[in-house]
Design a protein around this ligand. Structure first.
Ligand SMILES: *[C@@H]1O[C@H](CO)[C@@H](O)[C@H](O)[C@H]1NC(C)=O
Ligand SMILES: *[C@@H]1O[C@H](CO)[C@@H](O)[C@H](O)[C@H]1NC(C)=O
Ligand SMILES: *[C@@H]1O[C@H](CO)[C@@H](O)[C@H](O)[C@H]1NC(C)=O
Ligand SMILES: *[C@@H]1O[C@H](CO)[C@@H](O)[C@H](O)[C@H]1NC(C)=O
Length: 306
């Protein structure tokens, strides 16, 4: 016989078990708490979301979350998160240009059901970039980002998860196979470190204007897909990015905005092991609009990281 008290207990039980379901709302709450932790400079509250054996990395180096960048209060000028209820994963881009120490940070968070049926963070990997990383310019990142529109895609225009992910995959497949057709939109622009290809063609496809590799195999692609935002973030290993590291794959994030199957924006975050990625002070390049070619020097290919 159910008494009202027992019913109350049952509904409490129901409420606690539904938390094991990965919903968009659950993930949005998690990214908000991540941002709050970064602003406050403490992971104390945030780690209540983490499994005891969570793996935390920065630029692919495992460390304790209490010793990482979350222990530093950061003034965040811009943030954008995408939420993937199927993979139970999130990706957050944050730009801190007015912070005394400027940063651009990408963070991917994966949730898994722990033994008690609660969803907990099993993996959190941040790519933390600052001065000395490829083309780094947080002010530039903020500026170019401010010219972009990343509104949620109206329901009737939304691509499937598969279409969104396939657009990002085609981009990297093209890195080793020139025959792969990448669905670049018009316009299309790529923002890396703080440098944008947009000035190469403000109204057209500038994603290809700088050329693309054809023999490069990226490694270990990991995805966060959000069809509401028309976005896929791909984490991967980027061989040869840091010239001081030979062909070792470097930690890298590419966030793609896809509209009606076509790539509109690409945002990259990646870190160098050595300042300037081992380019002997030759790089990273300043944003394209500031790159003035001396008249007596031969033209060099835009040597972006793609
Ligand atoms: C993140 O961005 C949203 C949307 O622009 C904004 O409302 C929110 O205040 C930002 N959060 C932080 C911590 O800066
Ligand atoms: C960084 O980007 C801003 C905005 O595009 C630009 O004004 C500034 O000159 C850039 N700084 C460097 C060092 O390239
Ligand atoms: C290169 O891409 C084309 C077009 O997608 C495909 O037909 C071909 O099999 C690919 N080649 C290799 C070696 O993967
Ligand atoms: C810019 O893009 C447009 C549209 O794709 C194209 O027609 C035009 O030729 C491009 N301009 C340059 C300078 O590449």
């Amino acid at each position: 016989m159910y008494t009202p008290i027992l019913l109350g207990l049952l509904s409490l039980y129901a409420a606690s078990t539904t938390s094991a379901e990965c919903t968009r709302e659950f993930l949005i709450d998690a990214t908000n708490r991540y941002l709050a932790a970064q602003v406050a400079g403490t992971s104390d509250d945030f780690v209540t979301l983490a499994a005891e054996d969570m793996t935390y990395t920065e630029n692919q180096v495992p460390l304790s979350i209490t010793e990482g960048v979350l222990s530093e209060p950061i003034v965040i000028d811009h943030n954008r998160s995408i939420h993937d209820a199927v993979n139970c994963a999130t990706f957050t881009e944050l730009i801190a240009a007015s912070n005394p120490h400027p940063y651009v940070i990408g963070t991917r968070i994966i949730f898994d059901s722990a033994s008690d049926d609660d969803l907990k963070i099993s993996l959190m990997e941040s790519i933390v970039t600052d001065e000395g990383d490829w083309a780094f310019n947080a002010t530039g990142y903020l500026y170019w980002n401010s010219l972009e529109t990343w509104d949620p895609i109206p329901e009737d225009l939304r691509d499937s998860r598969e279409t969104v992910q396939a657009a990002g995959d085609a981009y990297f497949d093209r890195f080793k196979n020139e025959s792969v057709v990448v669905p670049f939109g018009v316009p299309c622009s790529r923002l890396e470190g703080g440098a944008s290809t947009a000035p190469l063609n403000m109204t057209g496809d500038s994603c290809t204007a700088a050329g693309l590799p054809s023999t490069l195999v990226v490694t270990d692609r990991r995805y966060v897909v959000d069809e509401v935002m028309g976005a896929v973030d791909i984490y991967l290993g980027f061989p040869g990015l840091d010239r001081s590291q030979g062909q070792d794959p470097m930690p890298d994030s590419h966030l793609f905005r896809v509209e009606e199957g076509k790539i509109r924006y690409i945002h990259t975050v990646s870190s160098c092991v050595e300042d300037g990625c081992g380019m002997n002070g030759e790089g990273p390049p300043p944003p394209p609009e500031r790159r003035i070619r001396p008249v007596n020097k031969p033209r060099v290919r835009f040597w972006g990281r793609w």
